[in-house]
Ligand binder design. Structure first.
Ligand SMILES: Nc1ncnc2c1ncn2[C@@H]1O[C@H](COP(=O)(O)OP(=O)(O)OP(=O)(O)O)[C@@H](O)[C@H]1O
Length: 272
């Protein structure tokens, strides 16, 4: 593993030597430690099956629904240990996990989707202000706010999924593959909005992505996970300049196809 970037800011999330077991036998995460600074934006990169989604589920508490559990290590959120807390309690603390696949209520309008995501205790005036704030970040959603969400494009549904997450007024936003299946121009649009929200609201973001090129444009630093382990952690700038990362994840090497490159010795070492 390369050296970690130096950090002065306090961390909103600290995950220390976490192991995750599925079905009591399948060790999916093997001693992962990651930190997200308050107001920071960090990426979790890696290929299919590396353990990125499992890491997010360990933080949000969604493992239980999949017969998974944290078998070792500790997770702290803003100084409090949350490793064994129920998922709902973590939501109330401000942890919001947008799972892969842009889940929205397809039969409702975007406006109704946003309202349904708001905490029960939110009053009408705040609800209106919060929706307005989200429409300002996502003008495309404002244009379609009274259409049926099921008829929105993939990019608009992803915007709505993020908008729904923002309605919960999170302190840590975790996004799982927001770029999945989207055209590059839409990925660029959505990522620049995420960056804007991070900067303007000082919202801490943990971004899981296979699209390393897009992710490294907006985060301050990133962790590379392979086979359930962190194999590299560095600043986004250093990761972009790293020849292994360029070869295997940024398409800069001799082969961009996974089947072409999987025999490279360094990556084989990461996967061992
Ligand atoms: N519910 C589950 N039960 C058993 N094994 C699982 C479960 N979910 C994931 N795994 C296994 O855990 C490992 C990590 O999977 P995970 O979904 O976290 O990877 P990922 O990096 O998010 O990959 P992808 O980008 O394909 O979603 C994989 O080997 C996967 O098969």
């Amino acid at each position: 593993m390369t050296h970690a970037p130096e950090k002065a800011a306090a961390n909103i999330l600290s995950m220390n030597s976490i192991e995750v077991l599925y079905d009591n036998v399948m060790l999916a995460i093997k001693g992962v430690s990651i930190q997200v600074p308050k107001g920071g934006m960090v990426a979790l990169l890696g290929s299919n099956g590396a353990g990125k989604s499992t890491t997010l589920k360990a933080i949000s508490g969604l493992l239980k629904a999949e017969r998974g559990r944290v078998s070792r290590g500790e997770i702290s959120f803003d100084g409090s240990v949350i490793t064994d807390l129920p998922a709902q309690q973590r939501v109330e603390m401000g942890i919001c996990h947008v799972i892969e696949g842009r889940r929205v209520f397809e039969h409702l309008t975007p406006d109704e989707n946003l309202e349904a995501a708001a905490p029960m205790a939110m009053n009408r005036a705040t609800l209106k202000t919060e929706k307005q704030r989200i429409y300002e970040y996502f003008p495309r959603l404002a244009e379609r706010k009274n259409s049926q969400a099921g008829y929105l494009s993939g990019g608009e549904q992803q915007m709505l999924a993020i908008g729904r997450a923002l309605m919960t007024q999170p302190r840590l936003l975790m996004l799982d593959e927001p770029s999945l299946g989207l055209a590059p121009f839409l990925v660029a649009e959505i990522f620049s909005i995420i960056k804007k929200i991070n900067k303007e609201q000082r919202l801490s973001v943990l971004l899981v992505e296979q699209n390393a090129l897009a992710a490294l444009e907006i985060v301050s630093d990133g962790y590379l996970i392979e086979n359930g382990r962190v194999v590299m952690h560095d600043t986004a700038q250093a990761l972009k300049a790293n020849s292994d990362i360029q070869e295997f994840y940024l398409g800069g090497g001799p082969g961009t196809n996974f089947h072409d490159i999987k025999h490279y010795s360094r990556r084989k070492r990461w996967l061992s």
